[in-house]
Design a protein around this ligand. Structure first.
Ligand code: BDP
Length: 335
């Protein structure tokens, strides 16, 4: 039982403690109101090279700024699919994202050149250009279109895979329903192979396979496994028809709010995360192949590529004669 006097002293004590804590609470509030919180969108699940690299980017920013700037990574498309993320980035609901080329080529049409099939010899060839003058040109154009690139990530080499069809040559594509990312180049590529392009969002591809809505899809090996497509599509045809980069970007409006020093920090951390991502990628491709093989996936490779390139001629010609993409193609093919 507490007496009235003790009750009074207890109250007094609580007030003194509360008053003493006030400045601290206030300082905390002030610090929080100044703290910058950035939201970063990512389509991939935990453990995927992109996700690991983004998490390390976020950790580095949080650490170097001592929490003054915090980057929160939303992985596995929890905030929605890629088109939604792009519109959120434009409206300011989102600040950063790791995107494949489709939304970037929409913003900068000259980048369509690098989505053409059978263009880059290999990943080294692609990064030689992206880490060089061509990449710098794209960065400038993307920044003007609202996307500041902090690092070029590896989007891998994309190949076809099907549920019930073991592809061996270009003729086998006839009549197949093939899921592709919804860009003009990809859709035209499928049509030129005699198949039907199907625009299915990435996260719905597995279900589309299981419900028999598509016969095939195309992607890189790590996505083939991490998205579970290998459980439905047992025939993998290693065409590696498109070798593609991806990008870690921040919206131009979020970028402008950063001080010059913070911008430097973001660029350096972005570069480091890209380096990490590219290293992890090489391992992941091998691991994915092992997982798929163990699950019974059958791997084939085209015997030669001439017949595929010949089929792509109208597509290649179209972009050769397009003033938007011609310079880019000349630069890539000459080096
Ligand atoms: C994955 C890419 C991702 C694409 C996805 C797709 O990393 O950006 O959205 O393919 O095919 O490999 O939609």
């Amino acid at each position: 039982m507490i007496s009235r006097t003790s009750y009074f002293f207890l109250l007094l004590f609580i007030c003194i403690v509360a008053l003493g804590a006030l400045p601290a609470v206030h300082a905390q509030a002030q610090q929080n109101s100044q703290a910058v919180r950035l939201r970063l969108w990512n389509i991939h699940p935990e453990g995927y090279p992109v996700t690991v690299a983004l998490d390390s980017f976020a950790a580095e920013i949080n650490e170097q700024t001592k929490g003054r700037i915090s980057v929160q990574v939303f992985s596995n498309a929890t905030l929605g699919d890629q088109p939604k993320a792009v519109s959120m980035l434009k409206s300011g609901e989102l600040d950063m994202g790791e995107f494949g080329l489709p939304p970037l080529t929409e913003a900068v049409p000259s980048m369509k050149a690098i989505t053409l099939p059978f263009l880059f010899k290999d990943t080294a060839h692609m990064f030689r250009h992206l880490d060089g003058a061509l990449g710098a040109r794209f960065r400038e154009r993307l920044a003007a279109a609202g996307f500041v690139v902090l690092g070029w990530y590896d989007g891998g080499a994309r190949s076809f895979y099907c549920t019930n069809k073991q592809l061996t040559g270009p003729r086998d594509f006839k009549g197949l329903r093939i899921r592709v990312q919804g860009t003009e180049v990809f859709k035209e590529m499928i049509t030129l192979l005699g198949a039907t392009p199907m625009g299915v969002p990435y996260k719905e591809v597995k279900t589309a396979f299981d419900e028999g809505k598509i016969d095939c899809a195309e992607n890189n090996l790590p996505s083939f496994v991490s998205a579970g497509h290998y459980k439905s599509a047992r025939f993998f045809f290693q065409t590696e028809h498109v070798i593609t980069p991806e990008a870690l970007v921040i919206s131009s409006s979020a970028w402008r709010k950063l001080s010059a020093d913070d911008q430097k920090l973001f660029l350096a951390a972005g570069e480091r995360s890209a380096k990490k991502m590219r290293e992890l990628w090489v391992k992941q491709v091998e691991e994915a192949k092992v997982v798929a093989r163990k699950a019974g996936v059958v791997f084939d490779r085209p015997i030669e590529y001439g017949a595929y390139v010949a089929r792509m001629k109208p597509l290649l010609q179209k972009y050769w004669t397009n003033p938007d993409t011609k310079d880019e193609l000349v630069t890539i093919l000459a080096n």
